[in-house]
Design a protein around this ligand. Structure first.
Ligand code: URA
Length: 258
């Protein structure tokens, strides 16, 4: 990261110029903590009572990032962050990232939110279906951790019908070139044996494709049907909605947060 002069404080910072537009305004940060209103926060800032990272800040345009430390008269101020939980029906040709340096279409172009959200795991560019995004870091980390064995169900469209002998081997666990997959459930569509449902519980990178590649199959289409039983039923591709209270509680329970 390039060293830049922070235009708000004249203090050398390791943050990039881009960070100047990130974070939230100091008065909002203070108001969100419940300490006072935004207007009162402006007065407090102007009066030199606010420190950011131990340096008095009087600039009303100052923005702060989550790891900045804010004090008023030496009292620590903690912003109470609203937690947001989004379910996206990811379409093809969309990158699972919060920003793409090549300016390709990302999941964030589809989700309208004022929060900085992060995807729970990643789907490949052309994989479609269930993708959860949240700023609840604890829940996201647990959902992605193999320890909690969260079920992901995929429908894979293969380049040829899956042989029953290969399906059996896959269901018993496979050594791919990158990882060893655990035993999993495989269901072949009886009317088209190249369509296969796979239920996995670990979330390794490109796991479905690598499992089938090990047996000489190419995954031509991949759709995630569910994540911890959450589905996108009722959402068109590219559409999103907020998770319901029941869904959030279900996810929290699945990772032992309640
Ligand atoms: N497995 C894959 O190979 N790709 C995905 O996008 C998700 C799981």
């Amino acid at each position: 990261m390039k060293k830049t002069q922070n235009k708000y404080t004249n203090i050398k910072s390791t943050k990039t110029e881009k960070d100047a537009n990130l974070g939230i305004r100091l008065n909002k940060y203070i108001a969100d903590s419940g300490f006072c209103s935004r207007r009162q926060a402006d007065e407090i800032i102007k009066n030199g009572r606010v420190k950011v990272n131990n340096i008095i800040e009087t600039n009303l345009s100052r923005r702060v990032l989550p790891d900045d430390k804010v004090h008023i008269d030496s009292n620590p101020i903690k912003q109470s962050v609203k937690l947001e939980y989004i379910l996206l029906n990811k379409p093809k040709d969309t990158i699972t990232t919060v920003s793409d340096e090549k300016n390709r279409k990302t999941i964030m172009d589809l989700v309208k939110t004022k929060f900085r959200l992060f995807p729970v795991g990643r789907l490949d560019r052309n994989t479609t279906g269930v993708l959860i995004l949240t700023n609840d870091g604890e829940l996201a980390n647990r959902l992605m951790h193999p320890k909690y064995q969260i079920e992901r169900v995929y429908l894979a469209g293969l380049d040829k019908p899956l042989k029953f002998t290969d399906a059996k081997k896959i269901s018993q666990g496979v050594i791919t070139e990158d990882f060893k997959s655990s035993p999993c459930e495989i269901v072949i569509d009886p009317s088209d044996n190249s369509l296969v449902y796979v239920k996995l519980k670990e979330g390794k990178n490109r796991e479905v494709k690598k499992i089938f590649e090990t047996f000489g199959y190419k995954v031509k289409k991949l759709d995630r049907k569910s994540y911890a039983d959450v589905t996108v039923s009722g959402l068109a591709r590219g559409e999103f909605r907020r998770l319901t209270k029941q869904e959030i509680a279900h996810l929290r329970k699945a990772v032992k947060l309640i």
